[in-house]
Design a protein around this ligand. Structure first.
Ligand code: CO
Length: 653
């Protein structure tokens, strides 16, 4: 036992004597937990069954919102993010709510204008948010100014984060050393932080570094210190314990089914570890066990298919090797897989540190982790021996312009120059607080979305996510039918699927239908190869086709494109069929993605290399250049459409 943690005789009961200095605990299951393990797909209806039980534990706070939840809910779950806050608040009567706020990026991936930022904080506070855990991907606290002012105006708790990053195998080196973090903590305290969080999003912090860091922070500032460390690399529980010995005030955990892997340490082992010590949490382990029972039996079976079970190991040692967040690594793998280029992964790992250095040694956290990751993939896939940075994402251009803020080290001048060539805001980067160059956005958004936004919450949903936000509002108000893919699954469906899988494994899968139905126009033939043998299989989808795959089907089956019109969101079938048949040079999607907007119309003349369409892939916007000179003959899609790799975005003739 160290000096700071003392033991008293063990007492298992919940009414055991209160510890001298109990560790406070924030639960992350309902935000970071499912974001880390289940692709942020947690539904409100699956949170409510445990809400009242969790409210009884004595958590310092429960994290319920922010991060990727806002995006995922409206995009993939057909849920109103604002409504989740209000719904959960009806069940959590005592425990404060906390959210992850990406400073001026709010819950999106770019800096929004000040008017949007202020309105967002107001509405979050009004809908029930208590603690605003605020971070900026570059640790540039000028990006905090507007939201912090608004958090304070609403009388809410401002938790200031420092993103924990490294360039060496351990804390230290030129950039991210102890002095750097102590300096950041002092900046946060001067801004009025009610607590200060070390945000270790990648699980990089090593136990003895955590001890030294917390010791230094406790000596330097008066605000409570909070440690947020992902389990990814396997060090988090050890780091948490060393931080507790160094006097950390608050730590983050998850309920066991939401814990470990790329998520966080579980609460139950921590309660037992500290039982009877001067830092005893005071939690009743039996109440925690009762919550686990509900989660295990009633909730998590609906999510287990989302768990990445491609690896046996629960720990990602790549994080120890590359000092890179696990989530970012899995994004890279997915992106490469979608482009049939998984064999390039080692080259991506090799180039990543170089690209990061050239882009100013930024911390790797959303959105900078994606910015660096996607650009590295683009470089690996599209660069030639004589030209690097051939396809620069819009976000890298913004970063080079200074739109995200100041990078830890200067951006490589050559890369910056290339990125800003023809950049619409100007070729000279800015040095001021980024939002100062942004025009107010709310009025314009209001005009664009019109009556579709019934209130300020709707308007913000649209202002933050114009393409998917509009789609969501159309579903919400019954102007378009939500596709089957956004509907929840039930426990009964899970049981059916499990039974099928069991049958398949036992070789009993083939079920004969009584009476052979007629083949439809949607029938597709596949060759299935099993252990060197080839089986010819015809697949005929029944029921509705998810909108996401409709354009794909239309392109591959041009003569039978008619059934596509029956898809829930009518894809522009005639134009699509035309795009597939019109003569000329196709601009093919280099990756699967979401069409944000076309920069050219049918009939426009374009020069080779001129940007034609903006395609969002892995949250990054890519302006795709014309493959040749000519005139736009047809346009294959519209804003909001999902496209497959190789889809003909337009034809130039
Ligand atoms: Co996190």
């Amino acid at each position: 036992m160290t000096d700071s943690v003392t033991m008293t005789p063990m007492n298992y009961s919940a009414d055991r004597p209160r510890a001298a200095n109990p560790v406070k605990v924030q639960d992350l299951s309902l935000r970071d937990g499912h974001q880390s393990l289940f692709a942020t797909r947690g539904r409100t209806e699956d949170m409510i069954p445990v809400a009242e039980m969790m409210d009884e534990i004595g958590f310092w706070a429960v994290e319920t919102w922010g991060g990727a939840t806002f995006d995922t809910m409206h995009r993939f779950l057909n849920e109103d993010p604002w409504e989740r806050l209000r719904a959960l608040k009806r069940h959590f009567k005592k425990t404060p709510f906390s959210m992850l706020l990406r400073a001026q990026n709010l819950v999106g991936y770019r800096n929004y204008a000040d008017d949007v930022a202020r309105a967002f904080v107001d509405r979050a506070a009004e809908n029930g948010m208590d603690i605003f855990r605020t971070f900026d991907a570059l640790n540039d606290y000028r990006n905090f100014e507007t939201v912090v002012d608004q958090i304070k105006k609403n009388g809410k708790h401002f938790q200031g984060c420092m993103c924990y990053s490294m360039t060496e195998p351990r804390m230290g080196g030129e950039v991210y050393n102890l002095d750097y973090y102590v300096g950041k903590a002092k900046e946060l305290e001067a801004m009025g932080a009610d607590s200060i969080c070390v945000k270790d999003m990648a699980g990089l912090i090593a136990p003895y570094d955590a001890y030294n860091l917390v010791t230094a922070l406790k000596a330097a500032v008066g605000a409570p210190i909070h440690l947020h460390s992902h389990f990814t690399s396997g060090m988090a529980q050890m780091s948490q314990l060393k931080a507790i010995e160094a006097g950390v005030d608050i730590v983050d955990t998850c309920m066991t089914p939401y814990a470990f892997r790329t998520s966080h340490p579980a609460i139950e082992p921590l309660v037992m570890t500290l039982l009877g010590t001067s830092r005893d949490t005071g939690f009743d382990i039996r109440k925690l066990a009762a919550i686990n029972e509900v989660l295990e039996k009633q909730i998590l079976p609906k999510y287990k298919h989302l768990l990445d079970d491609s690896k046996i190991s629960v720990i990602d040692i790549n994080v120890l090797l590359h000092q890179t967040p696990g989530g970012m690594l899995s994004n890279l793998v997915n992106q490469l897989r979608e482009m049939d280029a998984l064999d390039k992964i080692d080259e991506v790992y090799r180039q990543l540190p170089r690209v990061r250095r050239e882009l100013g040694q930024v911390p790797l956290v959303t959105p900078t982790s994606q910015i660096v990751g996607v650009q590295t993939v683009n470089n690996v896939l599209y660069d030639t021996p004589d030209e690097r940075y051939r396809m620069i994402t819009a976000q890298v251009k913004d970063l080079c312009y200074g739109l995200y803020g100041k990078t830890a080290t200067p951006i490589d001048p050559d890369v910056r120059k290339k990125a800003l060539k023809g950049y619409p805001r100007g070729e000279e980067p800015i040095a001021c607080r980024p939002a100062e160059v942004l025009e107010p956005e709310l009025e314009k958004a209001k005009k664009d979305v019109g009556d579709l936004a019934a209130d300020m919450d709707d308007l913000l949903t649209y202002a933050l996510f114009p393409v998917t936000g509009r789609k969501f509002l159309e579903w919400k108000y019954g102007l378009a039918e939500a596709p089957a893919s956004v509907k929840p699954i039930t426990l009964e469906q899970v049981k059916k699927t499990d039974a099928l899988v069991k049958k398949a494994k036992a070789g009993e899968l083939v079920e004969k239908k009584t009476g052979t139905p007629a083949k439809s126009g949607r029938l597709r033939a596949f060759n299935v190869f099993i252990d060197g043998e080839c089986f010819a299989v015809e697949v005929d989808p029944t029921g509705e086709i998810p909108a996401a795959v409709a354009p794909l089907a239309a392109l591959s089956a041009a003569p039978q494109a008619a059934p596509i019109a029956a898809a829930p969101i009518a894809a522009p079938a005639p134009a699509l069929a035309a795009a597939a048949t019109v003569a000329g040079t196709k601009l093919a999607a280099p990756m699967p993605g979401l069409v944000i907007r076309y920069l050219k119309n049918v009939g426009d003349k374009v020069a080779k290399g001129e940007a034609v369409v903006v395609l969002e892939a892995m949250k990054m916007e890519n302006a795709l250049p014309a493959p040749c000179d000519g005139e736009i003959k047809t346009i294959g899609f519209k804003s909001g459409d999902t496209v497959a790799k190789g889809a003909a975005l337009c034809v130039i003739g």
